[in-house]
Design a protein around this ligand. Structure first.
Ligand SMILES: COc1ccc(CN)cc1O
Length: 324
C-alpha cells in the first residue's frame, strides 16, 4: 500500500501545498519534515482568522472523535505559530489512508498563517517525539502509516515553479538519476538530522568543517552557518546583507555560483539558478542561501530539496539523496 500526492508550489516557491482528505473533507496542507503536528484551519478557528481559508468542520465528519481536554501549541523557526484542541479522524493522502489519526484543530493562528490563504494547515513529517499535543503526545501520519507501507519511506520531489510530488511507501526510480546515496540520521532531537562533510562554492575546492543539518520541506530557503554564507557571497561582487530585504541580496544581472554540499561520497549540487531566489522589484534579487541564525545546525529547506530527489527512510533511520 502506498500513496502519491502532488506538491504544488505557491508563488516564488514559498511553500508546497498538497491535498489531504480528513473525514471526507479535502484541504491543501503544507507538508513539513521539520515539525510533527498535523493541524488545520477549522470551525474552531476565529472567523476573523478564517478569512478565505478552506476550513475543516469536524461536525460534518462521521468519523471524527474529540480527544477531550487535549491541547497543542507550536511555534516555528520563522516566529509564526498556532494552537488549539485535538481529535482523531480518518486521513487520506494520495490514496494512503490512516484511521484514528490525530488531527489538531486551530483555535488560534498567527498572522503569517491568516494571510497565507492557500495554506490551510500543516502535515508534520518529522519524528513523533516533536509532536506538541498534551497530555499525551500523538503520532505523525507517517509514523501511523509505517506498518502498512511496502517500504517504510516517503520521498520528496519538489520542483521550481512547477508541481512535484511526495510518495509514501515506495521509491519511484524514474524520478531521479543514478543511485541513491544514503546517510545516517540522528533523530534524537526529532529532526531528519545528518552530517554534511564540507562545501564548495562554484567550481572551487571542497573545504570547510563538517556540520550538522536537517532536511526541512517546511522551510523555504537554504539556511547555513554565517561563515559559509559570507564565503558564498564573497563570490558575488554586488552582494550585500540588506536589513530592509531581510538578508543577502545582489544585482539580478549577476552570475550566481552553484553551491555543492558534500554528504558522504555524494556531492549535492544546488545550481546557481535556484540560488537566485526571487526579485525584490528594484533590480536586486534575494539569495536562496541565508543565515541559519547561529542555531547550531543548518536547515536544508526547499531551495536545497528542489535540486535533489530525497528519501526519508523511517525504517532504517536514514536519508537518501540523488540528482534529478
Ligand atoms: C507561515 O507559514 C509557515 C510557517 C512555518 C512553517 C514550518 N516551517 C510552514 C509554514 O508554511
Amino acid at each position: 500500500v502506498g500513496g502519491d500526492v502532488t506538491a504544488t508550489p505557491e508563488s516564488d516557491d514559498n511553500e508546497y501545498l498538497c491535498p489531504v482528505t480528513i473525514g471526507g473533507q479535502t484541504l491543501n496542507l503544507d507538508f513539513d519534515s521539520g515539525s510533527s503536528d498535523l493541524w488545520v484551519f477549522s470551525t474552531s478557528t476565529p472567523s476573523s482568522e478564517q478569512q478565505s481559508h478552506t476550513i475543516y468542520n469536524p461536525a460534518k465528519s462521521s468519523t471524527f472523535k474529540e480527544l477531550n481536554g487535549f491541547t497543542w501549541q507550536i511555534s516555528y523557526g520563522d516566529g509564526s505559530g498556532a494552537s488549539g484542541t485535538v481529535g482523531t479522524d480518518t486521513v487520506t493522502v494520495g490514496g494512503l489512508t490512516v484511521k484514528n489519526q490525530a488531527v489538531e484543530l486551530a483555535t488560534a493562528v498567527s498572522s503569517e498563517f491568516v494571510t497565507d490563504s492557500a495554506n490551510n494547515g500543516l502535515l508534520g513529517l518529522a519524528w513523533s517525539n516533536l509532536n506538541t499535543v498534551e497530555p499525551t503526545q500523538q503520532q505523525t501520519f507517517f509514523a501511523n502509516a509505517g506498518p502498512q507501507l511496502q517500504q517504510n519511506v516517503f520521498t520528496a520531489d519538489l520542483r521550481h515553479d512547477q508541481p512535484g510530488s511526495y510518495d509514501f511507501g515506495f521509491i519511484d526510480t524514474s524520478k531521479f538519476q543514478g543511485n541513491l546515496n544514503y546517510v545516517p540520521v540522528d533523530n534524537s532531537q526529532g529532526f531528519w538530522q545528518f552530517t554534511v562533510d564540507g562545501y564548495a562554492v562554484g567550481d572551487g575546492a571542497t573545504g570547510g568543517n563538517s556540520f550538522s543539518a536537517i532536511a526541512d520541506t517546511g522551510t523555504t530557503l537554504l539556511l547555513l552557518d554565517d561563515n559559509i554564507v559570507s564565503d558564498y557571497y564573497s563570490q558575488i561582487s554586488s552582494a550585500q546583507n540588506s536589513n530592509s530585504a531581510g538578508g543577502f541580496v545582489f544585482d539580478c544581472t549577476e552570475d550566481v555560483p552553484d553551491l555543492t554540499l558534500q554528504i558522504g561520497d555524494y556531492a549535492a549540487v544546488v545550481p546557481g539558478s535556484l540560488l537566485n531566489f526571487s526579485q525584490n522589484g528594484d533590480g536586486t534579487c534575494f539569495g536562496g542561501i541565508q543565515s541559519d541564525g547561529g542555531q547550531g545546525f543548518a536547515i536544508l529547506g526547499d531551495v536545497f530539496l528542489k535540486a535533489q530527489f530525497t528519501v526519508f527512510d523511517q525504517g532504517n533511520v536514514q536519508l537518501g539523496f540523488a540528482p534529478k
